[in-house]
Design a protein around this ligand. Sequence first.
Ligand SMILES: CCCCCCC[C@@H](O)CC(=O)SCCNC(=O)CCNC(=O)[C@H](O)C(C)(C)COP(=O)(O)OP(=O)(O)OC[C@H]1O[C@@H](n2cnc3c(N)ncnc32)[C@H](O)[C@@H]1OP(=O)(O)O
Length: 285
Amino acid sequence: MPLDPDTLLNWNFGKVEQTFSRKDAMLYALGIGLGADPLDRDQLRYVYERELAAFPTLPVVLGTPGAWLANPATTVTRRKVVHGEIRLDLHGPIPVEGTIRAEPRVTGLTDKGADKGALIFQERRITDAADGRPIATVRGVTFARADGGFGGDPAPLRGLPPVPDRAPDERLTARTFPWQALLYRLSGDMNPLHADPDAARNAGYDRPILHGLATFGVLAVPLLGHICDGDPARLATLEGRFSAPVMSGDALVLDVWHTEDGAAFEARVPDREVTVFNRGRLIAR
Ligand SMILES: CCCCCCC[C@@H](O)CC(=O)SCCNC(=O)CCNC(=O)[C@H](O)C(C)(C)COP(=O)(O)OP(=O)(O)OC[C@H]1O[C@@H](n2cnc3c(N)ncnc32)[C@H](O)[C@@H]1OP(=O)(O)O
């Protein structure tokens, strides 16, 4: 059934306030695969309490509106919802613990037609509750696969540029673990699509798929190392599109193009010959 645009565009999320601990920062880091090599000190600092740092993609799990699309009043078919795109802009240092505030909102809708679905554009600015300091802005696109044909504009609110039309400059690797989704979900996104085989089948998949934002973090790890010299303060923006599902356990290859301000990238799963993340862009400071 098509969604009701007015309901979504005027959805009142209220103000989200969230207190998170050093343990939460470490759990998030483990959920994106950090710490797999116990001798890798660059990674240890995100998962071990001595000189603990927040991995820079942590804000994607802060100040979220939670499972709001599970509410039938949104008029969205929840079981057919997947994460389409993500953009993270970092405004300053990310604390390893504290209280943040965010005001999530729906910024626009795109109608891809009854046979394709609808795009729901969302945004939230995250600030430090202690002093109002801006920490990050997270913009996401939800692809509501069963809810197109509501009579809306088919043009996206904003488009992501494709990667350069030449051979990549660098090839990186990343891996996911068989239990990745089960660990990542403990950082807040408990969507059964990522854990429950029945829920996955109901959504059209033969097994649970990995959270888009888990993949986003997994890709960020080698990119931070190679494009930002491993310095979290150098990451300004990371964005891209989830072009096909990732399964926990998938091994990933990233094709990377160096650009004036950072890098363009996409990621594929060679074993399944599928590009899972495209139109990726990293802006470095
Ligand atoms: C902050 C927000 C939080 C949201 C949280 C959601 C809760 C989470 O728990 C859920 C998840 O994490 S789900 C896991 C991550 N996501 C995925 O695995 C989705 C992977 N992508 C797909 O399967 C397909 O791209 C698919 C199915 C999405 C589309 O594929 P097709 O139907 O084959 O589409 P296609 O024919 O290629 O294109 C149709 C038009 O849509 C545009 N488009 C394609 N993929 C898109 C995507 N991922 N995001 C946005 N737009 C997309 C195309 O450009 C095309 O538009 P046009 O016709 O104008 O060219």
